[in-house]
Design a protein around this ligand. Structure first.
Ligand SMILES: Nc1nc2c(ncn2[C@@H]2O[C@H](COP(=O)(O)OP(=O)(O)OP(=O)(O)O)[C@@H](O)[C@H]2O)c(=O)[nH]1
Ligand SMILES: [Mg+2]
Length: 220
């Protein structure tokens, strides 16, 4: 398992760097999705399921960002997908320069869809443009239906929201209607995909959307 140690980007013009990276990825026909959530919301589990389900249709690679350890990249590599682990020198987010360095080490040759599994954190990752074509966030049933009220920015910055661990719904006081209303108040356009990566519930709709977004990205 290759591990890359990253440091804060030397440039302070993150938005410009992010736009340049996005354009380069568009020319290469690679859709980069920045996957964000609180720690343990189910990012790696969801990615594992997507890689397994779509392996005949899309060539997927994953850039795993963490402060320490390489367990997530090992989980992805065990599925036969291309993956690399980056360490962020203690930082709680990825920026555009860091994702560029990570993607260069990952090697996107022949890849259709790349995921950046951002650091588990509901705050900092939402503040930095990583150069991704789409931002997708995960909110898990056990986290509670009030999270959009407390951490609004990530909900506002994301094009899609995966409501994960739907199999746990009977065990938690989670009001689906209230949650959706709170999310749509912050971001009327956001797509919401209720899923369980454990049982497979809802995965088909999410995967159909991923296939369609990847195809659209290549056409543009
Ligand atoms: N019941 C249930 N548990 C799940 C589901 N998805 C993930 N989990 C569990 O949630 C825990 C965290 O899952 P991960 O996929 O490691 O979460 P993560 O967001 O990648 O975590 P970090 O990378 O540490 O931020 C694990 O114990 C998973 O088995 C699900 O759909 N249902
Ligand atoms: Mg993970």
């Amino acid at each position: 398992m290759r591990v890359i140690e990253l440091h804060r980007s030397v440039t302070d013009s993150n938005d410009r760097d992010a736009e340049a990276l996005r354009q380069e990825l568009k020319e290469k026909g690679v859709l980069l999705i920045n996957l964000m959530s609180a720690p343990g919301a189910g990012k790696t589990t969801l990615l594992s399921r997507i890689i397994t389900d779509l392996h005949d249709q899309l060539r997927i690679a994953v850039l795993e960002a963490d402060i320490e350890a390489s367990v997530d990249a090992e989980r992805i590599e065990a599925l036969g997908a291309r993956s690399i682990q980056v360490h962020t020198d203690g930082m709680c987010h990825m920026d555009a320069g860091m994702s560029r360095t990570g993607l260069e080490a990952l090697d996107l040759t022949g890849i259709d869809l790349a995921f950046l599994e951002n650091i588990g954190n509901l705050i900092c990752p939402a503040e930095y443009d990583t150069g991704a074509g789409l931002n997708v966030m995960i909110s898990g049933i056990p986290e509670g239906d009030d999270k959009p009220l407390k951490y609004p920015l990530m909900y506002q910055k994301s094009q899609a929201l995966v409501l994960s661990k739907m199999d746990a719904l009977p065990y938690f006081d989670f009001d689906l209607k209230k949650f959706e209303k709170r999310v749509h108040f912050l971001n009327p356009q956001i797509r919401i995909f209720p899923v369980s990566a454990k049982t497979g519930e809802g995965m088909e709709a999410l995967e159909a959307w991923l296939l369609s977004e990847t195809a659209k990205w290549k056409e543009r």
